[in-house]
Design a protein around this ligand. Structure first.
Ligand code: ZN
Length: 148
């Protein structure tokens, strides 16, 4: 990755941490899940409004480090309007990107900003917390999930 690209990615992450998108409660939400990353102390709740097999609305709440907050924010932007199948596919693509560096980052759009996270294993859990919580919400698990 070039220095310019790394700087751009860093800037997008910082921007989403400073001004998280889709942050707060979600009126009409019909699926919820809570996630916790004890290694870092990140906590998140994901709210979904799923109707007709599609993510009609999505928001998140909680508090965590810059990576976890930016990841949740970018995730909500990526998923709004997607089908549940597309949401699962994005989860798997994102997970591959930050754990193995596999897949084509171009398929992930802005989510590619987390490409560099793979070099910092402890940060992978911060970056994937929102996504694991999303999966729990899609599957309507009642138990809070933990990255441990
Ligand atoms: Zn974190």
């Amino acid at each position: 990755m070039s220095d310019e690209l790394r700087d751009l990615y860093q800037e997008i992450i910082l921007d989403h941490n400073r001004r998280p998108r889709n942050f707060g409660a979600l009126p009409g939400a019909n699926r919820h899940a809570e996630g916790h990353n004890p290694l870092c102390g990140d906590r998140i709740q994901v709210h979904l409004h799923v109707d007709g097999g599609r993510v009609q609305g999505i928001s998140f709440e909680g508090a965590g480090c810059a990576i976890s907050t930016a990841s949740a924010s970018l995730m909500t932007e990526a998923l709004r309007g997607k089908t549940v199948d597309e949401a699962h596919a994005l989860f798997h693509g994102f997970h591959e990107l930050v754990t193995r560096g596999g897949g084509d980052p171009a398929d992930l759009g802005k989510l590619a900003v987390f490409t560099g996270v793979r070099e910092f294993p402890i940060r992978v859990k911060c970056a994937t917390l929102a996504w694991h919580t999303l999966e729990a919400a899609l599957e309507q698990k009642d138990q809070p999930i933990s990255t441990e």
